[in-house]
Design a protein around this ligand. Structure first.
Ligand code: C5P
Length: 290
């Protein structure tokens, strides 16, 4: 338990779908998914302090985009956890929103997962990881994998999360062309899909080249429909592909954020500088995955 003057801090890293295959639409309206998920060095920052009631202060470059939505996922996570353990809903939470909102890198889900992890500690709850994961599923498809917070296979609607071995750390650049792409319409516009169970889960890559070889057998099924809805995504991908040292370029989640995997950190840093210069309105971040 931190001292009253020292808030409990929790990092909420961006979630990246290295590939995302879509299966059948289920009876509950959601599609079955199969995805290899990793986490970036870039993310939102949250802090938590004891208080008599719940408050959420939002700051950071993308804070204004969240506004004062009372249904913010951080608040919903706090509410769900407090209800589950029958506890007063009390904490002063600060969210520094560094990630673009609704952009395929799980910002809201990462924040919700961070809130579950941190509040369980702040409130000193004797709660198991399995119990937290059960609450996470109720908050959204990406929250369970964000709760795990490490390279994982994500299946089902997102509720089945297992550790992914053999995924090396890699240099990467994230690019968001600043277009909003709602998830529902992207799934609706889906015409062709790989289906689930089409690829082996044996990655066993020693370096970025091995990972890229594996990933070239996969795709993001949501990329084509997302580009149809927001052509700027296609532009972001073609710009990434032209960067020296970029070995693979792809969209994450339902977009619009795209990522490039680079041969090393220097190539990623140079690409980020070039992309920021040529497209000052885009959000660009040189980072590492894993
Ligand atoms: O999980 P989220 O609330 O972001 O999903 C938004 C919409 O995307 C869902 O209502 C559904 O239409 C579609 N979706 C889906 N299959 C999934 C996830 C989302 O069809 N696995």
């Amino acid at each position: 338990m931190p001292s009253p003057t020292e808030p409990l801090r929790e990092f909420a890293p961006a979630k990246i779908n290295l590939f995302l295959h879509v299966g059948e639409r289920r009876a509950d309206g959601f599609h079955d998914l199969e995805s290899l998920v990793v986490f970036a060095g870039t993310g939102d920052e949250l802090s938590f302090e004891p208080a008599h009631e719940l408050s959420l202060e939002i700051d950071g470059p993308f804070g204004v985009d969240l506004g004062l939505d009372p249904d913010n996922l951080v608040v919903r996570a706090a509410r769900a956890l407090a209800a589950d353990v029958d506890r007063d809903l009390a904490a002063a939470i600060t969210l520094i929103k560094n990630l673009p909102v609704a952009s395929g890198i799980g910002g809201g889900s990462a924040d919700a997962a961070a809130a579950l992890r941190a509040l369980a500690r702040l409130w000193e709850l004797p709660i198991s990881d399995e119990e937290l994961a059960r609450i996470a599923v109720g908050l959204g498809s990406d929250v369970p994998v964000c709760l795990a917070g490490k390279a994982s296979w994500m299946e089902g609607r997102g509720e089945r999360v297992t550790a992914a071995d053999g995924v090396p750390g890699v240099a990467a650049v994230l690019v968001n062309p600043r277009v909003a792409v709602p998830t529902g319409p992207v799934f609706k516009a889906l015409k062709t899909r790989r289906g689930v169970g089409a690829v082996s889960h044996e990655v066993r890559a020693r370096d970025v080249n091995g990972l890229v070889t594996y990933l070239k057998l996969t795709s993001n099924d949501l990329q084509a429909p997302a580009i149809e809805i927001a052509p700027a995504i296609g532009k972001a991908l073609s710009e990434l592909s032209r960067m020296p040292g970029c070995l693979l370029w792809r969209m994450s989640g339902s977009g619009a954020t795209c990522f490039g995997l680079f041969e090393d950190d220097d190539a990623a840093a140079m690409a980020a500088i070039a992309l920021e210069r040529s497209h000052p309105k885009w959000w660009v971040s040189a980072t590492r995955f894993g």
